[in-house]
Design a protein around this ligand. Structure first.
Ligand SMILES: C[S@@+](CC[C@H](N)C(=O)[O-])C[C@H]1O[C@@H](n2cnc3c(N)ncnc32)[C@H](O)[C@@H]1O
Length: 198
């Protein structure tokens, strides 16, 4: 019998907590630690519920890391008959994420772009139902420039860290609030989520 998805997700979350990547730092001639920085389980469940309930088929994630949030989005996409594109430039994280996608049984609906977000967005062509932003916050305004036209009317953007790192995304928040849309709000869940419905 297939293992319950939420149990697999819990296992993956536990693995993420243990993960550190030792990356040689040529300047300081020492090792630095790179964490997975995954969202808490409650945020992941919220993403799943939003994507599933809105029947999102084309989902895009900025910032994969070890793939924890991606597997929840992919579970919703799988149930909706859709797919997830996710972007991560750090190769060791991509490798671990691919392992987690297989472990969760969602690898077939995920395309992992090992590249910078900007390079992927510059040539982006698909319409999008649901976007999750969880990467380099200071550049979200640049990404929004490409994402807004691709987002379908009624499509949703969820942005993590809109509470604890709000100051880093002020240009984006201003651009989003000024763009034509149906609804936007701040949700005080975990690190704070900004929600936007086009
Ligand atoms: C907060 S972590 C993502 C966590 C993941 N969403 C989760 O909850 O499991 C952010 C990731 O974005 C990646 N990242 C940051 N800036 C990026 C960029 N410009 N292009 C591609 N990846 C980027 C980082 O390497 C990091 O792994």
């Amino acid at each position: 019998m297939e293992k319950d998805f939420s149990l697999v997700a819990d296992e993956i979350l536990a693995q993420c907590k243990e993960l550190y990547w030792h990356v040689p730092n040529n300047i300081k001639k020492e090792q630095i630690h790179v964490r997975s920085w995954n969202v808490p389980k409650s945020t992941a469940q919220f993403l799943y519920l939003m994507a599933f309930a809105t029947k999102a088929k084309q989902i895009l994630e900025l910032g994969t890391s070890a793939g924890y949030s991606t597997i929840w989005l992919a579970k919703a996409a799988q149930e909706n008959g859709g797919t997830v594109d996710t972007i991560e430039y750090f190769a060791p994280k991509c490798e671990v994420a691919q392992k987690h996608f297989k472990q969760a049984g969602v690898d077939e609906v995920i395309t992992l772009h090992q590249d910078t977000i900007l390079e992927v967005l510059k040539v982006w062509e698909k319409d999008i139902d649901f976007i999750f932003m969880d990467a380099d916050r200071g550049n979200y305004d640049q990404y929004f420039f490409y994402l807004y036209p691709a987002l379908k009317k009624g499509g949703i953007i969820v942005v993590d860290n809109a509470g604890n790192y709000r100051d880093r995304m002020v240009r984006f928040l201003k651009a989003a609030q000024e763009a034509p849309h149906q609804y936007s709000t701040f949700l005080d869940l975990d690190n704070g989520l900004f929600l936007f419905i086009k």
